[in-house]
Write a protein that binds this ligand. Structure first.
Ligand SMILES: C[S@@+](CC[C@H](N)C(=O)[O-])C[C@H]1O[C@@H](n2cnc3c(N)ncnc32)[C@H](O)[C@@H]1O
Length: 238
């Protein structure tokens, strides 16, 4: 794996805002649960199967920038045989996700064993994962960075697509949602330039329908930038 320090030159895809400090009770819950839920990324390559203690997982998925984790947690609860790794750098988002996991575990009396959290830049974790180790990557409503001078901060770039292609096994999918028309166009052009991915939709209407098992987040409901569209890119055979 590439060490975190070697990533000091990667361009930030967030504003770097930390938001308000966590309330003492939130911080306490994070301190209590994050060690169990987080991933130790220092051994590379990091096999997803070694990340989860649960033995009967059939496949592995990554969600990049899970916000408060509504989509991530919903999928983890409804797809019990998939190991989900969620990445989010914003401390308030991580704390909200952990609070929701805690609430679920209190109610069900069971520990959630198919969800892990990475609370640093997703690209650091990606560099530690081995080739063809994931079935799906979700990038749901990434920050659109509308101003031209900020386009370099957009998550979707040629090297990010290349890295995603390295991680997704042939037949797997990259799933993108966006409510920002310009970012959608940017993304479609970048994916069209990639030999490794193929857009699965055939018509415009296809892209209006959310993928199976989709769960709306608060961010999606607000629809600040417009209406949502969903794109599934199939990882071609090498
Ligand atoms: C616009 S929000 C959408 C959140 C969520 N996906 C949803 O639909 O509600 C984008 C999120 O991506 C996170 N993010 C941006 N760059 C990231 C990175 N390099 N690694 C991990 N998370 C990142 C941001 O902190 C932010 O919470």
């Amino acid at each position: 794996m590439t060490d975190t320090k070697q990533h000091h030159r990667i361009i930030m895809t967030t504003s770097g805002r930390q938001g308000r400090p966590l309330r003492p009770a939130q911080q306490e819950l994070v301190n209590h649960l994050l060690p169990r839920l987080s991933i130790d990324c220092h051994a590379a390559p990091l096999e997803p199967s070694s990340v989860f203690k649960q033995a009967n997982l059939h496949d592995y998925a990554l969600e990049i920038g899970f916000g408060s984790g509504e989509h991530l947690l919903y999928r983890a609860l409804h797809e019990a045989q998939t190991g989900f790794i969620g990445c989010e750098m914003y401390p308030q988002g991580v704390a909200s996700c952990i609070a929701a996991i805690h609430q679920h575990e209190e109610k069900s009396g069971k520990q959630l064993s198919n969800l892990k959290i990475w609370n640093q830049d997703a690209r650091i974790l990606m560099s530690a994962l081995p080739e063809a180790s994931l079935h799906r990557i979700y990038l749901m409503f990434p920050d659109p960075w509308p101003k031209k001078r900020h386009w370099k901060r957009r998550m979707i770039q040629a090297d990010f697509i290349k890295e995603s292609a390295r991680l997704i096994m042939p037949g797997g999918q990259f799933i993108l949602a966006s409510d920002h028309a310009d970012y959608r166009e940017w993304s479609l052009v970048h994916f069209a330039n990639s030999e490794e991915f193929e857009l699965q939709a055939r018509t415009y209407q296809d892209c209006l329908a959310p993928p199976d098992g989709h769960h709306q987040t608060r961010y999606e409901r607000k629809g600040k930038a417009g209406f949502p569209m969903f794109f599934s890119f199939l990882r071609r055979n090498a």
